[in-house]
Design a protein around this ligand. Sequence first.
Ligand code: HEC
Ligand code: HEC
Length: 423
Amino acid sequence: MIVRRCIRLGLGLSILLTTAAGCSDADLTGPIVYEEQPAMSREVEGKAHLAGKPRIQEKARKTLARLYGPSPKEIHVPEGAPLSKDEQGRLGVLLANHVQTAQGPEKLPHAGGYGLYRRHCLHCHGVSGAGDGPTAPFLFPLPRDFRRGLFKFTSTPNGARPERDDLRRTIRDGLHGTSMPAFEALLTKKEIEQVVDYVTFLSLRGETELALIEEGFIADDEDEDALEDDIVDELVQSVFGKWEDAADTVVDPPVPRTPPSPESVARGRELFLGRTKEKLECAGCHGAKGLGDGPSFVDVDVFNRVVFGGDPSKMPERVAKLDEKARELWKQKLDEWGNPLRPANLSRAVYKGGRRPIDLYWRIAKGITGAQMPAHYPGIDHAQIWDLVNFVLALPYQPELLDDAPAPAAAEGVAADAPAVRR
Ligand code: HEC
Ligand code: HEC
């Protein structure tokens, strides 16, 4: 078993591992290093970057290593980091390599948040949590890049950090219809807490890295005081603060679910089709029949040709070949991470963020962070959101609900009341 995993790791990470042959335990915890965000040393169009500022770059690198440790093998947790208060969760982050058993200390090369992450998540989400593990290029949608602290399937407002329970739920139940697996059967409850901490750790680290880049961008390379301790402290506290605030912002519907009566479903349908005074644009994105083929997004066939039409690394070339209109639409309809995005096909009864009424309530009320699905509260009220939930849940079993739906117009963009994504 160990040998097989060594070979697999060796294949996937052959650039990083010096040798797969023999694959000793030392190799398993081998020279795996964090990857820098490109803006650390290169110009990135329209974004803060540190190109041409070698001294500030060095300071940023040293600061990051001081705060979070120089490599995944040596993890530091900065004072006050919003990780689990539970001793076990904390130990998880601190790479618990040994446990005390009746027979003496037992070596657990894969225990702890990092070890578990490395075994179960790294091949998709990557060493730094950039969503760039060796499996990633073959997947659609791509694994999440954790480094901006943005998560799609949360109970918190659009753009806010997730609540701990949101991450726990994603890891336990997976994201249906994507390659993100459910780990309920593979990890114990304690282990799930440990990977939640490790994912949070990678997010905090990535967000701090970005904050350092942004701060350094406005400083002069000669400035001795740039990125000095006080400023760094403030940056880090602001990164932590967003996570700490998240728990207080969970959106709980103040009215119970409306029973899913035919009347409620019919009201939901009218809302979906934009026939009420609120003129919702669901159908513009999700399509008149809810098939995920609305005119606000690139035509499904074009999308499929670009995303699935051959070598994933050649996708930009396929985009370049599109006609001007399709190319423009393509660029507008990428997700926050710059990846291709498709509105959900609502006829399948498969919901990434879960199929409980409350899950769909959250998706419709607060939208999906980073994925162009806008927040609809407070544009519509809670009872209307429940009507929409009832309609969405009924549709796969009663497709005739949309038999007479007119072709929708393309949406102008996201609804005006959708809050911009906070960084
Ligand atoms: C086979 C690939 C794969 C593996 C293994 C995997 N993931 Fe994912 N993960 C994904 C994909 C793909 C997505 C994004 C799906 C999407 O955006 O629709 C994702 C998304 C996520 C998200 C973001 C959810 C959100 O609300 O945005 C978290 C958190 C996450 N994964 C954690 C983990 C953890 C922890 C592990 C290991 C225990 C893991 N993943 C293993 C593929 C994987
Ligand atoms: C501007 C485009 C847009 C509008 C308007 C829009 N959506 Fe979405 N919606 C999306 C996209 C894109 C996704 C897929 C996000 C992803 O997979 O990451 C999505 C996903 C969903 C999902 C699936 C959630 C899940 O867990 O997989 C549901 C349900 C949904 N939308 C319902 C609605 C309803 C109801 C409305 C109107 C009240 C609406 N949407 C309006 C773009 C939109």
